[in-house]
Design a protein around this ligand. Structure first.
Ligand code: TNX
Length: 538
């Protein structure tokens, strides 16, 4: 307590001293090149930017301080220090009690200002001597930290001072998201991806303020999450994948590890158990679940729509109860996705009966149900959510029921669609989606859905044609970066010509992160000075 009061007084004195300019001899007077905060390569574009045309010099005499009223703020401060270390090799102290050599500071402040509306809103005030990041919650502070990371140049400006220095343009940024739900989905069922692959994907998504990762955990080709009360699901159902390789699955410990990793990056994990169709792997493991009248066999192909649970059997619902219970216990987020797509061999009445029953099971375990747009035909609560992927009619039905809709139109937002006829991976059943087509559309009012019914945008990555992280990155990047802007930034702030320049400037970051992105020739990619694992020396 005493420590935190002392720290607060120090920070306050520091800010005052800088404001009245009595840092005097301590400050190195540096003539910075002109900088313009409004033309920085920020993605997603913030709501409001006011440049003041000076520069803050990030160097080894900078320190980070944070509010200590909420422990999340200090964690966000440490996250920033870690990222500054890997980008610049500078080791900045966090909440250091002895001021020592500090001449400039970054202060991450819990603010109760009325100007900060939602939990993710933040303000950045960058002056020559200090950077103040205000947010109501540590979540808002985390989003602001991503903006700050993007403002730090990839290389230091060594010609200006005797030691390395990274100039950050001064001014003010006021920001908050246009949509609260900004997601991507990863299909780990058609091909399995490791915990490390998923973490790498989370890291890059979080840098662009994406806050949802939906995991498609089960499908005809594989069951990828351990269910302790039904062990054969993974023993048998997780044993293979598309093309016949070994498959794999997440133990519950692995899943918790992913959830925790995502949580530290203010990202929610949404688990999907796809049913009553897309259930061949479950039915091979426990044939009692099967409702298509055939003997189930492990499946390594890519056809859809041939499997179904037996919707009239009590055992099926006892099974689903166990699955939803076990997964809900290790999922802190409010949502549970039940799939519900392409149940082509389930009779319509059986399908609706099934979805209604499963909605109640999901609610019994304290979760809100999400389903692909087909679920809207069942008699659902307005609290359930439809994920629009194919049918405007289903989306309209959902709106009529007062439901919220997640926008994932396959023709615009499917990351597994090929860029063009030359694409190495991907499918083309919905469209070719080059980088501009992915960006140039408006979620606001899409397909006549009123904005108040739109929860946000999610870009799904189905994995029939991709089996490793390089292939995943080829399809996801750079398009998913555009979806982050489509869901965070307002319509007035989105513009393709402006976006494509900012996107071109993401190449050095992606190269440093070893992201094997698709170098679309629609973008004039910026050359990277540094490649993966080459860190600049201070
Ligand atoms: C349709 S989108 C599917 C998936 C496929 C995808 C391939 C949806 C709800 N179902 O099963 O993987 O197309 O693009």
């Amino acid at each position: 307590m005493i420590k935190s009061t002392l720290l607060k007084s120090f920070v306050l004195l520091f800010v005052i001293a800088n404001f009245i300019g009595c840092q005097g001899n301590k400050m190195r007077e540096i003539a910075f090149p002109p900088t313009d905060l409004s033309s920085e390569n920020l993605i997603p574009k913030p709501l409001k930017i006011v440049p003041t045309h000076g520069a803050f010099g990030l160097d080894h005499t900078t320190a980070i301080f944070t509010s200590q009223t909420d422990k999340g703020f200090e964690e966000v401060g440490s996250f920033l220090a870690e990222k500054i270390k890997s980008k610049t090799n500078l080791r900045l102290a966090v909440n250091k009690t002895d001021p020592g050599q500090i001449t400039r500071m970054i202060y991450i402040n819990q603010s109760h200002s009325d100007e900060l509306e939602g939990p993710e809103a933040y303000q950045l005030y960058i002056s020559k001597d200090s950077i103040i990041l205000n947010a109501k919650t540590s979540e808002g502070a985390f989003r602001g930290v991503q903006t700050l990371r993007q403002l730090i140049p990839e290389s230091s400006n060594d010609t200006l001072a005797e030691t390395s220095l990274w100039p950050i343009a001064t001014g003010k940024i006021l920001d908050e998201p246009n949509f609260e739900y900004r997601g991507s989905m990863l299909d780990v069922a058609r091909h399995f991806f490791s915990v490390d692959d998923v973490k790498k994907y989370i890291d890059i998504l979080a840098y662009y303020k994406i806050n949802v990762l939906h995991l498609h955990l089960t499908d005809d080709q594989g069951w990828r999450i351990e269910i302790k009360s039904w062990p054969k699901l993974t023993e048998v159902g997780g044993s293979t994948e598309v093309g016949g390789e070994a498959g794999g699955f997440f133990t519950q410990e692995d899943y918790k590890d992913i959830v925790f990793y995502a949580q530290q990056r203010y990202m929610m994990i949404i688990p999907e158990i796809d049913m009553p169709g897309h259930t061949n792997a479950a039915s091979v493991s426990y044939p009692i679940l099967n409702g298509n009248g055939k003997t189930p066999k492990l499946y390594e192909g890519t056809a859809v729509g041939f499997s179904t649970f037996d919707t009239r059997k009590d055992t099926v619902y006892a099974f689903i109860d166990d699955v939803v219970r076990e997964i809900s216990e290790i999922t802190p987020g409010p949502y549970f996705h039940i799939g519900g797509d392409e149940s082509h061999v389930t009779k319509k009445n059986d399908y609706n009966f099934f979805v209604n029953k499963v909605e109640k099971i999901v609610q019994k375990y304290g979760k809100q149900m999400i389903g692909w747009d087909e679920v809207a035909t069942a008699d659902l609560d307005s609290t359930s959510i439809a994920q629009f992927w194919a049918s405007t009619e289903n989306a309209t039905t959902a709106v009529q029921k007062g439901m919220k809709v997640i926008l994932s139109p396959a023709t615009k937002a499917y990351l597994d669609m090929q860029y063009d006829t030359l694409s190495k991976y991907g499918l083309d059943w919905a469209a070719y989606i080059p980088v501009d087509t992915a960006y140039v559309w408006s979620p606001e009012g899409y397909a006549g859905i009123p904005k108040e019914n739109i929860l946000g945008v999610e870009a799904p990555l189905w994995s029939e044609t991709i089996s490793n992280i390089d292939e995943l990155e080829y399809l996801a990047f750079p398009r998913v970066i555009g979806y982050s802007e489509l869901s965070w930034s307002t319509e007035e702030n989105r513009n393709w010509d402006n976006f494509k320049v900012r996107l071109a400037n993401q190449a050095p970051y992606m190269d440093r992160m070893n992201v094997k992105f698709y170098r679309s020739n629609l973008i004039d990619w910026k050359e990277s000075k540094f490649t993966y694992k080459t860190i600049q020396k201070d």
